[in-house]
Design a binder for this molecule. Sequence first.
Ligand SMILES: Cc1cc2nc3c(=O)[nH]c(=O)nc-3n(C[C@H](O)[C@H](O)[C@H](O)COP(=O)(O)O)c2cc1C
Length: 262
Amino acid sequence: MKFYPEERFSRTDCGDCGTCARVCSSHAVHMRDGYPVFNSRRCIGCGHCGVFCPENAFGMEPLPGKALTPQQYRELLETRRSIRFYSDKVPSEEEINTLLSVLTQSPTGVNLQGITVRVISGPDAVSNLVKPVRKMLDILSFTGFTQIIGKITGMSDYIERFRGGEDVIFRGAPVVLFFHVPRKNPTGYTDGVIAATAVMYHAVSMGMGTLWNGIAEKLYPFARSWHTPRTRGTRLSAVLCVGYPALEPKWKAPSRIYSVLN
Ligand SMILES: Cc1cc2nc3c(=O)[nH]c(=O)nc-3n(C[C@H](O)[C@H](O)[C@H](O)COP(=O)(O)O)c2cc1C
């Protein structure tokens, strides 16, 4: 739902400080005769004017308690692992809705352009995604095409396991999330990745686990049966498998390498 500052603003509560104009990300607020004036065409609905107002002249809700400590944040990161073995417990519709509710706070480059998450839920629905891809590979292997691709990419064994019935794409996940962003959004791809990242950590805090699915993302343009007219005008920016893990990590993962250039 769009945040309209001009509708929320109360002149009687305004302290005349000009903070709203200074923090506005899109220069949609300026001060005139001691009060803010709003340019609704420029406004992207980010709510900064209200969030930083010392007098709460925009009628914002109070913040919840303290954020995570650095130590708690590190623990969240260290506890997360890619999940490739899922328990039989399928996340309920309500649990998935709660999981996705963090999207209300996920930052986007242009606030008003939203994110659409397509939820494929239940083992049958997920295996229905796999079937047409397997069929496509079967047809291609008649022509010798998959054998050549397998040799070039070194993935012959992987392709054969898939053709033999193993779900090497979704790894038996009970739920798959496709993150779509509006095509016209200039920062769309990044917005979608940030959104999926927020969901990934929320999943850990809810006792679930995720697997980023680069294979499904790359296959998506070719897997026409995965498409739906309901995502017209969008592009895919991330695919996440979700479920309750069947295995818990016992030890910390080895550290990753990163560089800092000063
Ligand atoms: C963008 C992205 C795409 C990935 N795609 C796949 C995939 O298609 N299949 C898979 O099994 N793992 C996939 N992974 C998981 C990585 O292999 C995994 O992150 C890596 O093994 C490190 O393990 P960790 O996530 O537990 O730290 C992907 C990870 C990322 C970040």
